[in-house]
Design a protein around this ligand. Structure first.
Ligand code: TXA
Ligand code: MG
Length: 324
């Protein structure tokens, strides 16, 4: 069973116990502003192997390496001017930059799946403090079994991985609620590898140029290992619902007109006021709650594709994709 430490009540104990656990090469449940991570020392191959094993994650899917600040990140990766500008504007925060790895950076190839690039993020709050104290990058995918819904609370981590890890740090619900936005700059062009908790329009505003996207309809692999079917609850998922069928739980955004909603097993409101940030923060928790109602299908009303809606719809398309 995993030990829980509340980081607000016991910040110093949390840092000390976490640093000692990481030094032993063991992964920990780590709160970040986006989602909870399963974090381990990115320079230690045994520790990284434990991340892949704990999640059942394919090893060709590289991990994001978390740093305490831009200065630390510059020790491990090479920044072009656009990437540096984005880092200065948005770190700490929900932005991951894919950058060329410095030779002899010390980040183990297991963390980058042998690529010559590395995904780097500087998380807000406690996670950044812990990395500063530990003084090594932390590789951290989301703290969930591969293919399942990401964890946005310590209890989610415990339900999914509690039997397989020894320590979970508890900071309450993740404020952003969806994973970081991943951007790669190549030949002066910005590519959106994954929409996430930082709206694309914010990035475009700061960079003064457009993000290149993959074609809308494809849920194909963008970042390596971004499977079409992902974020899968037990129930089937149906999008853009305008009516409720038998055996369905309804998740609404705003105040949509849905025929037969009185017949739903349960009705959950992601954001009654139509606020996309609130909807993102509730998304994964509500998917788990809807799943727990025993419905055969979770029906979502339409969610606009602007701002954080782009990340929400990306996750929902993957949740609704045919499963293997
Ligand atoms: O918000 C987040 O990003 C969370 C928290 C814990 O920081 N982490 C997260 O990690 O979502 P994960 O492993 O679930 O997703 C990482 C994504 C994967 O799709 C992976 O393929 C991509 O980042 N990625 C990592 N390194 C990459 C690289 N060098 N090139 C391209 N994609 C990369
Ligand atoms: Mg994940």
């Amino acid at each position: 069973m995993a030990r829980h430490i509340d980081i607000l009540e016991h910040p110093q104990t949390a840092i000390e116990v976490a640093a000692a656990t990481l030094a032993e090469g063991l992964p920990i449940g780590l709160p970040t502003e986006t989602v909870y991570g399963l974090a381990a020392d990115a320079t230690n191959p045994a520790a990284i192997t434990r991340i892949y094993e704990t999640k059942g994650r394919p090893r060709f899917n590289p991990l994001i390496c978390h740093m305490s600040d831009l200065a630390m990140a510059e020790r491990y990766a090479i920044f072009d001017p656009i990437s540096r500008k984005l880092a200065e504007a948005f770190w700490p925060g929900p932005l991951t930059l894919v950058l060329p790895l410095r030779p002899d950076s010390g980040i183990h190839p297991l963390a980058t799946a042998g690529l010559d690039t590395v995904g780097i993020r500087v998380p807000q709050g406690f996670a950044g403090d812990l990395i500063r104290a530990f003084d090594r990058p932390l590789a951290a995918p989301s703290a969930n079994t591969s293919g399942k819904i990401s964890a946005t609370s310590a209890d989610h981590v415990d339900d999914d991985l509690g039997e397989r890890i020894t320590l979970i740090l508890d900071a309450g619900a993740s404020v952003v609620g969806v994973e970081s936005t991943i951007v790669k700059v190549e030949d002066g062009e910005m590519r959106l590898l994954r929409p996430g908790g930082l709206a694309a329009s914010e990035i475009e505003r700061v960079a003064g140029k457009a993000l290149k996207r993959k074609k809308k309809a494809s849920a194909a692999i963008e970042a390596p290992g971004m499977m079409a079917s992902h974020y899968a609850p037990g129930a089937a998922v149906r999008l853009d619902a305008t009516e409720v069928s038998e055996n369905e739980t309804l998740i609404r955004f705003g105040k949509p007109d849905i025929v037969g909603s009185e017949n739903a097993i349960a009705v959950l409101d992601l954001s009654a006021s139509g606020d996309l940030s609130e909807a993102a923060a509730n998304l994964f928790d509500f998917m788990k709650r809807a799943d727990a109602t025993g419905a055969a299908t979770i029906a979502f009303s339409h969610i606009p594709d602007e701002g954080l809606g782009e990340a929400i719809n990306d996750r929902l398309r993957r949740a609704a994709a045919p499963r293997e």
